[in-house]
Design a protein around this ligand. Structure first.
Ligand code: CO
Length: 163
């Protein structure tokens, strides 16, 4: 496994629609391994392939110690709504609230090529939607309201520590 550079807002790959993964081979599995390592290193809860410069439809979400890997995902059902703060590894230092469904059912393939399906509510549902948006070239910040900087969000902690 290897750490990869995280692409930041402004890079055109983040604005493009990613392509279907046609063959799940060792190369795809290696990219997924690298994505997981990169996400964990950055303390993220989700990462999509375009964020490491790979224009393919796959993402990883890791919430409450459970790792979800989805290749060619598709949201099958959604209901309800929520509007909570989100951040993104590709948009460092900015947070904003985005309206999302409260519940989603999502399907895709795992790295063995098997069909998997997950139901999610609340934060996990938001994470799936946020990562799925990356595959369609959409960033949370472009539809967020009440956008805040890290300082506004979490206070002036670094300055306090220096005193
Ligand atoms: Co993101």
């Amino acid at each position: 496994m290897a750490l990869r550079n995280i692409v930041e807002r402004g890079d055109e790959i983040l604005a493009k629609k990613a392509k279907e993964v046609k063959v799940i081979d060792d190369h795809v599995c290696m990219i997924l391994d690298d994505m997981l390592e990169t996400m964990r290193e950055a303390n993220g809860v989700g990462i999509a392939a375009p964020q490491v410069g790979v224009r393919r439809r796959m993402f990883i979400v890791e919430v409450d110690g459970v790792t979800y890997e989805l290749i060619n995902p598709r949201i099958l059902e959604q209901s309800g709504s929520q509007c909570e703060y989100e951040g993104c590894l590709s948009v460092p230092g900015l947070y904003g609230r985005v309206e999302r469904p409260m519940y989603v059912k999502i399907e895709g393939l795992n790295r063995k090529g098997e069909r998997v399906e997950y139901e999610a509510e609340g934060f996990l549902a938001t994470a799936f939607c946020h990562e799925n948006d990356h595959l369609d070239g959409e960033l949370f910040i472009d539809k967020a309201v009440d956008v805040k900087t890290a300082e506004e969000m979490y206070g002036d902690e670094e300055d306090d520590a220096e005193e």
